[in-house]
Design a protein around this ligand. Sequence first.
Ligand code: C2E
Ligand code: CA
Ligand code: CA
Length: 692
Amino acid sequence: MNSKKAVSALSHKYIINDPLHQIFDAVSAISVQGYDENRRVIYWNEGSELLYGFTKEEATGQQIEDLIIPKPMCEFVIAAHTNWIKNGVEIPAAELTLLDKQGNDVCVYSSHVLFTNQYNNKQMYCIDIDLTDVIHAQAQATFKDQMLETIFKAIPDLFFLMESDGTIVDYHASNISDLYVSPEKFIGKNMTDVLPEDVARKFHNHIAKALKQTEMISFEYDLILPRGLSFFEARINYLSKYQQLVVIIRDITEQHKNAELIRHQAYFDCLTLLPNRFLALDRLTQILIEADRNTEQAAVLFLDLDDFKKVNDSLGHEIGDKLLIESAKRLQNVLRKEDTVGRLGGDEFIILLRGLTEHYNALAVAEVLLKTFREPFNIDGRELILTLSIGIALYPENGLGASDLLRNADTAMYQAKALGRNTHSFFTKEMNTVMQRRFAIEEQMHGALERQEFELYYQAQFDLSNDKMVGAEALLRWHNPVLGNVTPDEFIPIAEHTGLIVPIGQFVIRQALTFLSVWQGKGNKKYTMAVNLSPRQFRDEGLLSLIQNTVNEAGIDFEDFELEITEGVLMGGQSYIKDALHEINKLGIKLSMDDFGTGYSSLSYLRQYHFDILKIDRSFIHGITLNKSDCDLVKATIAMSHSLGLLVVAEGVETKEQHTLLRELGCDFVQGFYLSKPVPAKQIMNLSSYFN
Ligand code: C2E
Ligand code: CA
Ligand code: CA
């Protein structure tokens, strides 16, 4: 380009040296070139030297097309120049890419002027502003734009631009369907108007945090989308200079699912989907803490399928697996929601029973489990019988820690196997006997009333002042064909627990009062009848009306009827008990404090409630002739009772000496084997005529 064409001497006519040149000479930031009619350089300022690399000396006299015009443009430039000079068609200012001395592109914004000098020659001046930096910056910006665009397209994340108050001004999403609502519903809106309240609150709080710091803030939230519950991570960055927030949202639902899956695999058995050993032991630890807090009991049942190995070996693992799955289902169906079934591995399962009030309930569960396995399994059209051996360990009796309990339940399970399988066993022998007995009693008690296995015995009470029989206490007897005679001390607590005490108690009241009416009529004497009431009976709303109706039907006086309650009834302080006792008083029925001396023997109950009679427990009567302290205690109790206006009955009088001493101590009535054991109705009738 920089051809060494001989430069014909420039005539002086073109050398203008006016103030304009002086100005141009002073600015080096702008290139100014002057050309004559033949496009030869007549002026070349320092700015041109810097921009195009040619010195003034090199440039002067050269034609423009030989200096800075790229070849393809030359023809056009020459034509445009000629056209301007000849026809006055102006060359407009434009962005051009020219060349420097080294042949590199030079981007300029080129403006042109043409004027005629004092010699009537046309001169063109080009004023070029270097655009290299601008163009570079523009290119850079475009590049960044494109890069961002590519990134936005490639990344599934959502980008939002928000004002610092949460107004959404812009967004980028590679897939519009990822948006919670369509853009027209959120652009220009505050995110609190778009998102559900709880999520919006989270955003709000985190934005407030982001506004105060330069670091990125991130948090997680979830949204219900048409495809289901989805989890997101939001990252917020505050561009304080622009007072805008960049919010980047990433869908982390998959991650959540994977984490959940991993968690599940770590805690659950993949065949039966039951909690595995790890989780089961963890739950057991929790249950034990809870049991301590609520003073409750808990039980661990260790289950082993009998002869499962044989099934596996003979029918194959596939059937074995199906059998395990079905077994797990059966176990789950039997249990309460709050109990845990876990698979320890192989054919071993664990069951955790929480919040037990009675240990014996664990036995009931074990029985139900054995029963559910009596039904054959139907696997692939085949009927299979599978039995269980169950070991039971109780908390806190059989171990204080989870692993102790598990080990002891395991030991108990081996005992069950040794007993011939398809059964359960407690960790200790004593427990086995106690629990089996309790279970048998409960089982037999169902239907015992209907089968008329209950009978009332009556124990006579005597007036100490004259040794006359004054009445009797009704005591329940149970004759069961399987268990023989079961004592009330054994069956009453179980009847209480199962609630069977309510119908049984009703039977006692009816029976005792019916007998009293017969008894009174026969001897023409005002005998009294005492009946024991359990706490549970007070929860029966029909209790009072039953008593009232029965007394009326029997045609006896309310004052001849006594109800014996123990401190235990009063300790709960329930208002329905208070109300019932009040009603009993109002009817004129006598109230007896039973077993005095065994519990807390709180005097406050005697003051709070209107008692008529106090019964000193037989454990104290037993000692009165043997040690002074018992004697003193009984003496004091009698004195105290009298001062409170109560009559005193001494229970369990077995000897003549006790009888004599009690009379000396001022006791009012006695009851005990010395004078009479509890006997059937007929017998007490005979006795009473004898004592009359
Ligand atoms: P309790 O109310 O203290 O009844 C007195 C118990 O002492 C009776 O026992 C009676 O047989 C026994 N006894 C009486 N005299 C003597 C004696 O001289 N020496 C000895 N060692 N014992 C004597 P039983 O009949 O076995 O009843 C036990 C408990 O069962 C009763 O204690 C009572 O709490 C409860 N019970 C009995 N029948 C009923 C009933 O119908 N309803 C309710 N809720 N509880 C009942
Ligand atoms: Ca009693
Ligand atoms: Ca008693």
